[in-house]
Design a protein around this ligand. Structure first.
Ligand SMILES: *Cc1c(COP(=O)(O)O)cnc(C)c1O
Length: 361
């Protein structure tokens, strides 16, 4: 007797991840503002380090990521023993679900949370639980109300994607205080650097046994193509994750590029200064055009239109102008477009295109 191959429960409930578009048919070099990438590309030091290491790719990479962890620890003032590096922060978020959640367990996250949270929960066989948000902000009380004995993980991105809004330290601490010892609070800091004065939740991690912070090289550092992220966690959690992490998860190329990138503070500071200026310009310009837009603490903004139809038309109008942004219906915002903050000339192009769109409606 044979039965057909069947994937584990939950797997077939996963819808494929939808990435930001990268092409416009019949148009060379579109302005890509759909995936929150760095408009200034990558640190030249990182590119040089990557080029150098390619001569050595016949060698297996480091298993313990010692040099990269040391560089991150130095820059962020953290204990390197409590750091773990992954194939994007996605891998860390995924390992957390694999290690701590399974059938019968609940994984909690906010209504407009990053779409990977649901995927990681289902892949682990756990039950996703969604807490509503209030006014496009993560609602701490709504999350706390949904914590049960079965909750093993809570994922929140701060600042959040795609809203760009952020919780302050007092709100994060209030949430951490309400999380039972049997549950991990995961602070996804993919955009932490863009939130002025925010440590990504590092101090909360240092002070508690059940808080984890994840960070990435994909956004500020302009290394999305290299796939490097990291986590800072209690020692016991690091020890667990290292058991399920592949020993050679990061290539020598990825390790060398990320280490050079994190050490190039001049490039990072230039990008952060430009982002803050252009984000303010973009938000101000959108509001002047009558397009709703919250304050953002990230490297993108959420532009709100009258309805879904208008958002789709605005998206098409931007495409015709050679600009790619992100429709975020899948995140529960059918009437909005997420627009990555670009260089000064990019922001000018977006505002000009939306200005001419306004004249057509
Ligand atoms: C981009 C992003 C990530 C990071 O992805 P990587 O795997 O590090 O490239 C994580 N969380 C959120 C909310 C993001 O937007």
């Amino acid at each position: 007797m044979s039965t057909a191959l069947t994937p584990q429960p939950g797997i077939m409930d996963i819808a494929l991840y939808q990435g930001g578009a990268s092409q416009i048919e019949g148009r060379e070099n579109p302005l890509k503002l759909s995936s929150n990438e760095n408009p200034f590309a990558t640190s030249p030091n990182a590119i040089a380090a990557i080029a150098k290491v390619t001569a050595e790719v016949h060698r297996y990479p480091s298993i313990d990521h010692l040099d990269l962890r040391a560089a991150i620890a130095e820059v962020h003032g953290l204990d390197p023993a409590r750091l773990i590096c992954g194939v994007g922060s996605d891998e860390i978020l995924s390992l957390l679900a694999m290690a701590y959640a399974g059938p019968g367990d609940e994984v909690l996250y906010p209504e407009h949370g990053f779409s990977m949270y649901r995927i990681f929960a289902l892949a682990a066989g756990a039950t996703p639980v969604v807490a509503p948000e209030a006014g496009r902000r993560v609602d701490v009380d709504a999350l706390i109300e949904r914590i049960t004995d079965a909750t093993r993980l809570i994922y929140i991105a701060n600042p959040a994607n795609p809203t760009g809004t952020a919780l302050d330290m007092a709100e994060l601490t209030r949430l951490a205080d309400a999380v039972p010892a049997s549950c991990l609070l995961v602070l996804d800091g993919a955009y932490a650097e863009f939130f002025d004065g925010y440590d990504g939740g590092a101090a909360l991690v240092s002070a508690r046994d059940n808080v984890v912070m994840t960070r990435t090289f994909s956004k500020l550092y302009g290394l999305g193509g290299l796939r490097v992220g990291w986590g800072y966690a209690p020692q016991a959690v690091i020890d667990v994750l290292n058991r399920v992490r592949g020993p050679f998860n990061l290539s020598s190329v990825a390790l060398a590029g990320a280490e050079a990138a994190v050490r190039d503070r001049a490039f990072v500071n230039m990008c952060l200064t430009e982002n803050a200026e252009q984000r303010a310009r973009l938000i101000g310009g959108l509001r002047q055009l009558g397009i709703g837009c919250d304050e953002s603490q990230a490297n993108f903004v959420l532009a709100r239109f009258t309805d879904e139809d208008e958002a789709i038309k605005a998206d098409a109008h931007l495409k015709a102008a050679g600009i790619l942004v992100r429709l975020v219906k899948g995140y529960g915002f059918p009437d909005a477009l997420r627009i990555t903050v670009g260089r000064p000339e990019d922001v000018s192009r977006v505002l000009a295109a939306l200005g001419s769109f306004g004249e057509t409606t």
